[in-house]
Design a binder for this molecule. Structure first.
Ligand code: F6R
Length: 605
């Protein structure tokens, strides 16, 4: 993962790099560092921990120079210490890196036998030492950089400064994203448009294998063979203003409360309420001809895919296969001719999901992606892009992206059902009308904020929490457990309610809160009897339901939910489980927006 930025500038680089790194902290926050080159000096400051630690180091020991590179790290090789923090420097070069150099061990061996010494344990230092070795052999910078790249195996984005070369910066992309930005007498490199938002909106997205040589006034892009290439210049829509928390204590809280607005925004792009129709973007194939849908994603996006399977199979009667991206391509999936493979990702950069997308594309599948970040690699590589329009999601725990993904998937399910002739125009119009009710009902759920906070206080001391649901709400149970785990560090699991008696019920005692997700659908009676089984074993049941009748003696707490149809209930029930996790984390005093060990964009496999 990690975020990188580089500036060949006309004014001091360090404050500008710090600002860019603040936008990139979502990619990792184990350590941060900056190096500058000027007047024959290459210098750096690094600090383990969050960017604030680096700021403190720089305040105490200022770093000058108009040209610099910066990095925020999510640790892969080596602990998050200062020694392992980027930039990595030798006497001649400074490098920041996002990704993994898979062959760093043999390269290191080779350099060690030549007498090269190493300071740390990272794969990145090997790149710095290799480049230095080629420069020491007398190669000019461009040739030395190109030769270095030719030796590297893995997924990486690199940004490089060379001592004595104040008007030169190299960048390379192989598997991890890198963007070139154009300024006035300045040029930039960054992990994404967000990194460069305060510097430039005129960008080139480097393609796989590309590398670039920048001066203050020129940019030359080369492909993997070293042939100069022209890449499309785009104008980024990413706003230069730093996304802020508004009146909220955390980005996650703000993003949870934004959901009625962003879901309305997302639905607005896909529904035509006047015609009573779903309007998807133009597709290069007829949906009606799709024999099978494959949905692939990671984490929260995977749970959105699981919900969509119920919708698509029930409404469109098309078989759906769902898989976790990191497993998908290794099990040799069986594709069907003309099959539609959909890759769901907030960031559009998740390495496993991207690799799965490429696998499906190479196998001749029709490839669509449901993403939040337009301009991301998945959005650029898919045949069809269905944006979720959630706006920038900063909290590491995904919230509004999930409900927007569900909204788009619901629209897709209805459209596919219509294309397949499984529903008629009146039924399509009824589904559109139902989906249109989602934002208003979501606002009603959010109004229960205080009650949810109270329940969260009660579950915060627990060591284990279970979430149970049936059918379309089983994935919501898993999503609730994931949210709680990742930000409150409470162990939690999501189970299909009917499955508890096959083993997990052994975990139940008076210390285990169980969140029961039980909307008033055809499965409610079964779910409630499973909750009774839990209460009979002293489990503390917290019921989320719109069925007043379902109240059973001895329940620990109950949250009254609004009633809705099957396309909307998973969207509604996502909210209380998000808020429970949020308030449990606040109660425990964890770092809600930047939980330990995590990063928002997971660009390593
Ligand atoms: C959980 C969470 C992660 C992501 C997962 C996939 O709150 O945010 O589980 O959902 O890393 O990320 P994207 O959707 O960017 O591919």
């Amino acid at each position: 993962m990690c975020g990188i930025v580089g500036i060949l500038g006309a004014t001091p680089a360090v404050p500008r790099i710090l600002e860019s790194l603040a936008r990139l902290e979502y990619r990792g926050y184990d350590s941060a560092g900056i190096a500058t080159v000027e007047g024959g000096t290459l210098d750096r400051r690094r600090a383990p921990g969050k960017l604030s630690e680096l700021r403190a180091v720089i305040d105490a020991h200022p770093l000058s120079g108009n040209n610099g590179i910066g990095h925020t790290r999510w640790a892969t090789h080596g602990e998050p210490t200062e020694a392992n923090a980027h930039p990595h420097m030798t006497g001649r070069v400074a490098i920041v890196h996002n990704g993994i150099i898979e062959n760093f061990r043999p390269l290191k061996e080779e350099l060690l036998t030549k007498g090269v010494t190493f300071e740390g344990e990272t794969d990145t230092e090997v790149v710095a030492r290799l480049l230095t070795a080629y420069l020491d052999e007398g190669m000019p910078p461009r040739a030395a950089f190109q030769k270095t790249l030719s030796r590297l195996v893995g997924a990486f984005a690199l940004c490089v400064l060379i001592k004595g070369e104040d008007d030169l910066m190299f960048g390379a992309r192989e598997g991890s994203p890198l963007v070139v930005g154009f300024g006035d007498g300045e040029n930039y490199l960054g992990s994404d448009a967000m990194a460069l938002a305060s510097l430039s909106n005129k960008l080139i997205y480097l393609e796989e294998g590309d590398w670039a040589e920048l001066t203050h006034t020129s940019v030359q892009v080369f492909d993997a063979d070293g042939t100069p290439v022209d890449r499309l210049t785009t104008i980024s829509q990413v706003a230069a203003t730093m996304v802020d928390k508004g009146n909220h204590r955390h980005f996650m809280q703000k993003e949870i409360f934004e959901q009625p607005t962003v879901v309305a925004q997302a639905l607005g792009r896909y529904l035509d309420p006047v015609a009573g129709k779903v309007r998807l973007p133009e597709m290069p194939f007829e949906l009606a001809t799709v024999p099978k849908v494959t949905l692939v994603a990671c984490g929260t996006s995977y749970y959105a895919a699981l919900v969509a399977r119920y919708w698509i199979e029930k409404l469109a009667r098309v078989p759906v296969e769902v898989d976790i991206a990191s497993e998908f391509r290794y099990r040799e999936p069986v594709y069907m001719d003309g099959g539609l493979a959909i890759f769901i990702s907030q960031s559009g950069e998740t390495a496993d999901t991207l690799a799965a997308l490429r696998h499906a594309k190479a196998a001749g599948q029709r490839v669509a992606t449901i993403v939040n970040v337009m301009g991301s690699t998945m959005a650029r590589e898919a045949d069809v892009v269905l944006p979720i329009h959630a706006g920038a999601e900063i909290g590491v725990a995904s919230t509004k992206a999930f409900t927007c993904q569900l909204s788009v998937l619901a629209a897709l399910a209805v459209d596919l059902a219509a294309a397949k002739g499984q529903i008629d125009a009146a039924q399509e119009a009824a589904f559109v009308e139902e989906l249109e009710t989602a934002p208003k009902l979501m606002a009603r759920v959010l109004a229960h904020d205080d009650a949810i906070q109270e329940i969260a206080r009660a579950i915060a001391p627990a060591r284990d929490v279970l979430f149970v649901g049936r059918g379309i709400h089983f994935p919501i149970a898993m999503e609730g457990a994931l949210k709680l785990k990742e930000i409150s560090y409470i162990h939690a699991e999501g189970y299909a309610a009917g499955e508890l008696k096959h083993g997990p019920i052994a975990l139940i005692d008076e210390n285990v809160p169980v969140i029961g997700i039980a909307p008033n659908d055809e499965l409610i009676d079964k779910t409630v009897s499973n909750l009774q089984e839990i209460m009979a074993r002293q489990g503390k049941v917290i019921l989320l339901s719109d069925n007043a009748e379902s109240e059973a003696e001895g329940m620990f707490a109950r949250l009254e939910m609004p009633s809705a149809g099957e396309l909307v209930t998973p969207i509604l029930y996502a909210i209380p489980v998000q808020l429970l996790a949020y308030y449990a984390a606040v109660e425990k005093g964890t770092d809600v927006d930047q939980p330990r060990n995590l990063a928002k964009s997971v660009t390593v496999e």
